[in-house]
Structure formats: C-alpha cells, structure tokens
Design a protein. Structure first.
Length: 558
C-alpha cells in the first residue's frame, strides 16, 4: 500500500509548475482589445454539462459536496450524465462501474422493478440544482442476452486493458418488449415522482458509444435498442426530450447509419418512418502523450474530432438545425486512468486546456452553423482515493481542483459575445491543424452581461507542459468609460489547491488544519484592477498572466 501511494505521489509531482523566477523577468507583451459596444453574436452556456462512469459516487460524501458546487454554476440548468444507471447490483461504486438494481425477475420471468437506488441518485442531483442528462443503460442482468459463462460485472481496474470492461451488461436484451417496458415504467415513475414539467426538462439518450467498446452487437441491433427505448419514453411522456446516439468520436459509418435511420428508416418499435429526435450527440477527445519528460497535450486531435462531428450531424437537412450536445468532450479518453501522462489533470495544464478548447469549440460551432447546446466534461470525482492521484476529476477528496475554477469563470460570462482580439491568439485553422507547438496561445473571449457589465476571459496555453515566460497583458476595452474592474485568477498562486498541497510537503493524509488550508487555497479571491484612460475614451488595464494561467476581468463601467 505504501509503495502504491508513493507511486501515485511521484506521478502527481510530475505536474509541478515548471516556471522559474528567471523566466518571469522577461514577460511576453500581449495586446488584447475588446469592443464592448460591438456584439458579434451569442455565447451559449455550453459548459454546464458533466458526467461520470460511476453513478453511485453522486450520493457519497464528496460526490454530494461537489454536486453542490456544480449546481451553483447555473442553478437548475446544469446537467449530469452517468453510465450504469440500469445495472444490476447493490449500489456499491467502483472504477467504471455502478448499479441500481432497478430490474430483476421472478423465477417465471415476471419483472420486478425497484427504483430506490436510482431515485436516491436523481434526488441527490435535483436537491443540489442539477438535472439528469439521463442515459438509458446498461442492460440489467436478468434481461441480458450474454452467452453462458460471460460474467455480468467486470473486474477492470486502472492499468487493465479496456477489453476487461466489457461483460454481460453490454449485450442486447433477450426481449426488446421487456426492454421497452422497463424504460416506459421508469419514465412513468419519474413523471409521478418529480412531475411532468420537471421531467420535460431532462435529456433522454440511449446507451454509450455503441460504435465502440460498450456494445456487443451490430449497429442495427443498437438502432433497434434505441427505437424501443425512445418508444418507451415517449409512451410515458410524449413531450420528453429524446436524442443520441452519444457515439465514440464523430461516429463514422455508425453515425451515418443512425442519422439515416432516425430520419428515413423504418422504426423497429413502431413500424413508422423515422424515430423522434430532439437533439444529436457525439463524443470528442484529445490525445496527450508523455515526451522528453513532460506531457504534450493533443488539443488538435480533440478539435478535429469536434469539427468532424459538427460536419456529420449537420449533413442531413432535416436534422441540421437540431440542438447538438458533445456528450463527452475531454483532453483524453479514460477518467479513471492515472499515470505520468495524466498527472497534468491536477494542476493548471488541465484548466488552461479547458479554457482554450472551449473557446475553439464555440468558434467551430459558429463556423459550421451548429446549434450547439452542450459540451459535456466527463469529469466528476473519485471517492476515497489518494490525494491528487491524477484521475480526471473536478475535485480531490472534496477539494476543488483548478479546472473547476475555470467552470466558475465560464459561469460569469454573459450571453452576448463581443468583438475581441488578441495579438497572441493562435488562429482557429492553425490550432485545429497542428495544436499549439510554437508560441503560446494567449487568447480571449469577451461578453456582455444582461446588466451591462463586460466580462473578459483570458488564457495562456501551450500543448507542452514546459517552462515559459509570463504574458504582460495590456487589455484595452472600448465603449467602457470609468467604473471599476475586478480580476479572478487560476494559476500556480491563485485558486490552486494542488500547488498549495505541494508547498505544504505533499502530505499523504492531510490533517484537519491542512485540509482547511487546501480548501482556502482552492478558492479564487477577486482583486481590483486599476483602469486608466486610453485613446478615444477606452479603459485600459494591465496584468501579468503566467503560463497555464486563466483569468477573468469584469468591468462594471457602462
């Protein structure tokens, strides 16, 4: 156990800040200009979606605590997606597993429904201002058509190949009618428990990545599974918001076939043409590698997949205007896999990547004329694991990581996107094609809030987790006269519990006093920023932004 903990600690410390005092003395001058009186479009709050493999973590101590923080981001408008909600089991959580035991059968094959575990999960969401993005899956044991000898629950653990995840839960049902009835009864129960108006606000989708490792049958079998499930949902609630298919990546031929099927194919459940589709969903991931002793991110891989997905889901005119959710959008593919190449998740590489990638996803959506509704970060927490173990999560042992603070900054952005430029921002075409391998990407997104304030988000990102000079930002905001400005920061010195943990000696088991200090270090502290008059009545602010830093400047002047 001690050896394992030491290995985790060594992995975490690889993510230590590489910036030295010598490099701080020669900052890179960066000019950012915002035209506060020039609206260029809207900025949809697509960041308000999260998810995890392990549904039962939501009801545990740190899971409940983190859901409170997610709910605060945009109360009643934050959504959570989880795998394994229909799995058979006793509700004990483990890596990439969960269960609710909603469906079992009598000896003569009659269904037994038990909603107690899944109700507790959904109750926990709703009590904290979070709503379900309800994934209908996976297959209950009594209903699974898995061959004899295939175990139902997998025995995967970090370090194992993904093939060990696939077990009896991944197979089609023995009876599609029983599958439809289960979905119908679940939806009917949800409407009775939570009310029609509440459940109408949820998203309903079937399964996960049926074109990848999560489905042990053909694509046509999945289309059938999808049709029967959607028919069950709509039978119980005709106004339910249904969609999918949450494919691995853009989906290739699987997605092409799905789009044809739901628009012009014969519905397996009803015999009619097409399947009700209110939104479309696919996944996109990056691909970091560990080279020359440091992590190199793969933001280009991530953005290329986003763009391929956008092209695909808008290819059929009947679906081109449908809302789109990137149902998993992350720097890489396995949240439960720690290791040197993933140690970046603890610190500011993850937070700066998040700012830079979301900004480009917004841009790509505008370019492709996509009705982008959500970008879901597959990151939550892992209960009772070593501190800063390197999992893809928003908090460690209940203490927020820097990446969660970036979502808190997103939550301060307004609905109207303003014209904003940075002379150090990597152009969209280049970052999609090759990532950030030359000069750092120091970019911006600016918005106007409903009350007239101006919010300016700035990030300092590079694919390589290596040392570099800070940026000396000169922010010029035209159309704002006087007033006050406030800055929130996420970097090595601000809003960063991981950096504070290293400074206190990286204790394996922080005591109560140390825990309180880590919580305090995780909180962003707003600071005033001096505004000086610029040309033509503009307001000018100056501040430094270290590598991997993210900042938000809020100007109160009108």
């Amino acid at each position: 156990m001690i050896r394992g903990m030491a290995a985790v600690l060594a992995s975490c410390l690889l993510a230590a800040s590489p910036i030295t005092a010598k490099e701080r003395v020669t900052p890179r001058a960066v000019a950012i200009t915002v035209e506060a009186d020039r609206v260029e479009g809207t900025l949809p709050p697509v960041w308000r979606f999260f998810g995890a493999d392990e549904p039962n973590y939501a009801t545990m101590k740190d899971g409940r605590k983190l859901l409170v923080e997610l709910g605060k981001l945009r109360t009643g408008d934050v959504f959570f997606r989880a795998h394994n909600l229909l799995n058979t089991g006793d509700g004990t959580a483990s890596f990439k597993w969960g269960s609710t035991n909603v469906y079992t059968e009598t000896k003569d094959g009659k269904p037994i429904y038990d909603w107690s575990h899944v109700d507790r999960i959904i109750d926990t969401y709703l009590a904290r201002g979070v709503r379900p993005y309800l994934q209908i899956g996976f297959m209950p044991e009594a209903m699974s058509s898995a061959p004899a000898g295939v175990p139902y629950q997998h025995g995967w653990r970090p370090g194992f190949d993904y093939k060990y995840i696939i077990s009896g839960w991944a197979y089609p049902p023995k009876s599609y009618d029983k599958w439809r009835e289960l979905v119908y009864q679940w939806t009917r129960h949800n409407v009775a428990r939570y009310g029609r108006a509440e459940v109408e606000r949820w998203y309903f989708e079937v399964w996960n990545e049926a074109n990848g490792a999560y489905w042990e049958a053909s694509r046509e079998d999945f289309y059938k599974l999808h049709d029967y499930a959607v028919d069950g949902v709509r039978r119980a609630l005709p106004t339910a918001r249904v969609g999918g298919p949450d494919s691995a990546g853009a989906g290739g031929e699987f997605m092409d076939g799905f789009l044809r099927h739901v628009t012009s194919g014969t519905n397996y459940a009803t015999g009619k043409v097409g399947t009700p589709t209110d939104f479309l969903a696919f996944h996109a991931k990056g691909q970091p590698v560990f080279v020359d002793g440091h992590v190199r991110m793969g933001i280009s891989t991530h953005l290329k997949e986003v763009d391929r997905g956008f092209v695909k889901v808008t290819a059929i005119p009947a679906l081109a205007a449908k809302p789109v959710v990137i149902g998993e959008s992350d720097p890489e593919g396995c949240a439960a896999c720690p290791g040197p190449e993933n140690a970046y998740r603890n610190g500011t590489m993850y937070s700066s990547y998040t700012a830079a990638s979301f900004a480009r996803i917004w841009e790509l959506a505008v370019r492709r004329r996509v009705n982008l509704e959500g970008v879901l970060s597959w990151s939550f927490e892992f209960e009772d694991q070593p501190w800063f173990a390197g999992y893809r999560q928003l908090a460690s042992n209940g203490v927020a990581l820097p990446v969660l603070n970036v979502f808190r900054l997103f939550a301060q952005l307004g609905p109207e996107r303003l014209r904003a430029t940075s002379d150090a921002q990597v152009p969209l075409e280049r970052i999609v094609a090759e990532g950030v391998r030359g000069a750092a990407d120091i970019g911006t997104v600016a918005t106007r809030l409903a009350d007239g304030r101006t919010a300016v988000l700035v990030w300092h990102y590079h694919d390589d987790d290596v040392a570099g000079p800070p940026a000396a930002i000169r922010l010029t905001v035209r159309g704002v006269r006087g007033g006050k400005a406030t800055i929130w920061r996420v970097d090595d010195q601000h809003g960063n519990a991981f950096a504070a943990w290293k400074r206190m000696g990286a204790p394996l088991n922080p005591d109560a006093t140390q825990y309180a200090a880590l919580e305090a270090a995780s909180v962003m502290q707003p600071q005033p920023v001096a505004l000086t008059p610029g040309a033509a009545g503009a307001a000018v602010a100056g501040f430094d932004l270290p590598p991997q830093g993210v900042a938000l400047v809020m100007l109160d002047g009108r």
